[in-house]
Design a protein around this ligand. Structure first.
Ligand code: PHE
Length: 450
């Protein structure tokens, strides 16, 4: 076990905010959120999403940061410290991180490849051509693996350099760059002559599209997007200095995450509609429709390059937060050295990711419940492990460790004013958010009917 006195931590509050926002802001925001909202009733979906962010997201985010900072331990160790019978919740989170990074890195590799292609110019204004390009790339047995290796290598490299020298340092560079690119692209897109039609598609509420499944999709998206339920935020919380204001930082990061997801839609849909394309749902929107859009757009290779760079920065800062909890666990609980932990863990996930990548092509006939390996990893992590992990984390913090202890930590032993503290701990964390997650979860797996 590591000595808490020499335990690494973030040097500054802004370091924590950039790192945690980096974790939260990822492929989930820029690629997944826009099409989910577009396909699920536009503003109607947005309202539901916002409601869940406020009711469940912020509450649980704060819960994880509080537990981590109190325990000064990462995932499993924190549970061991406050609720010894519940360490399996932490272990489940580690498993989720393991599964997610394995395929997340494959997509990260696609993004690098598309960045290079975009700079070179796609020169394909027909989506059936960009569709073929995407198909032939992801089903290729070798090419995506090279980029998967590159992406995983960069992820390992950052974690390898430690909390301050790696995660904080690179987040402090990458996140401002991400914001700058985002703003430039949003201005470009919103000033296109046909922007209004895209905004209509994205934002006009269509309540007829709202079903029980919409709530579930929104819940899953909140968990995934805020990196909740698997210990990333808990681990980063354990690196937050004892003097910082937990309620404040735990509100800022979900707001940033939500704003960025929203803005991603403002970039994508005006451009798609301006050039007369149909927005594809799913990965096709980013990898099939947008390359055609960038082929039409003047200076499209510049804007296309900027877009995939944005996606790359978002993905990489999330990937490091997937590797870090496992790394910290091996260091704290098994006495491994950081360098060894990052290289070994990252390599194992690389190997699992090979399976995910090949399941797009040569192994695509191997299916369980109709899902290829890539989608199985995604389904188990996002539909099972994250909601369950989040729900049990809230239960452990509020019921086992106790809301009194949680409040004490969240208010820096009562020295900080936290007006809604009681409400947060005794209402939201204790009852509302675990109950909501339970209902939505049971609905999602089909046990409860709506
Ligand atoms: N929040 C990241 C995204 O939106 C994904 C992620 C999930 C990262 C869980 C860490 C932990 O892409």
């Amino acid at each position: 076990m590591s000595d808490p006195n020499t335990r690494e931590g973030f040097a500054s509050k802004i370091g924590f905010i950039f790192a945690a926002a980096g974790s939260a802001i990822g492929l989930g925001n820029i690629w997944r959120f826009p099409w989910l909202a577009g396909a699920n009733g536009g503003a109607a979906f947005l309202i539901i999403y916002l409601g869940i962010v406020i009711l469940v997201g912020v509450t649980m985010f704060m819960g994880e940061v509080t537990l981590g900072r109190y325990a000064q331990r990462s995932n499993v160790g924190a549970f061991k410290k406050v609720a010894p019978g519940w360490t399996w919740v932490g272990a489940m989170g580690l498993l989720a991180g393991f599964l997610i990074l394995s395929y997340y890195s494959v997509v990260g590799g696609w993004v690098i490849y598309y960045f290079v292609r975009a700079i070179a110019g796609f020169n394909m204004t027909d989506p059936s051509l960009t569709g073929q390009l995407f198909e032939s790339f992801i089903t290729h047995p070798l090419l995506p693996l090279i980029f998967h290796a590159l992406f995983m290598g960069m992820t390992i490299w950052i974690c390898y350099n430690g909390v301050q020298g790696g995660i904080e340092k690179y987040s402090n560079i990458m996140m401002p760059a991400l914001f700058a690119i985002l703003i430039i692209l949003a201005i470009r897109s919103l000033t296109l002559p046909g922007a209004a039609e895209g905004l209509r598609f994205y934002l006009v509420p269509d309540f007829s599209k709202i079903t029980g499944k919409t709530f579930l999709d929104a819940l899953g998206q909140v968990f995934f997007s805020l990196s909740l339920g698997m210990g990333s935020i808990l681990t980063y919380g354990s690196y937050l200095s004892k003097k910082e204001n937990i309620p404040q930082v735990s509100t800022i990061v979900p707001i940033m995450d939500t704003l960025i997801a929203f803005t991603a839609g403002l970039i994508i849909f005006p451009a798609v509609f301006n050039y007369g394309f149909e927005p594809a749902a799913g990965p096709g929107l980013t990898f099939v429709t947008l390359p055609a859009v960038f082929s039409e757009m003047p200076l499209g290779n510049l804007f296309g390059g900027a877009f995939f760079l944005l996606l790359f920065l978002a993905a990489l800062t999330s990937a490091i937060s997937l590797l870090e909890p496992l790394t910290a666990y091996m260091m704290e609980e098994h006495g491994w050295e950081r360098k060894r932990a990052t290289v070994i863990l990252g390599s194992i996930m690389f190997v699992i990711g090979i399976g995910a990548s090949l399941s797009m092509g040569v192994w695509s006939s191997f299916k369980i419940a109709g899902l290829v390996f890539f989608d199985q990893l995604d389904w188990v992590a996002n539909n099972l492990l994250l909601p369950l992990g989040g729900m049990f984390t809230a239960i452990v913090v509020a019921w086992v460790w106790g809301t009194k202890n949680a409040l004490q930590e969240a208010t820096n032993d009562g020295t900080l004013k936290f007006g809604l503290g009681d409400f947060w701990a005794n209402v939201m964390l204790k009852y509302v958010s675990p109950a909501l997650v339970a209902i939505l979860f049971l609905t999602g797996i089909g046990i409860l009917k709506v």
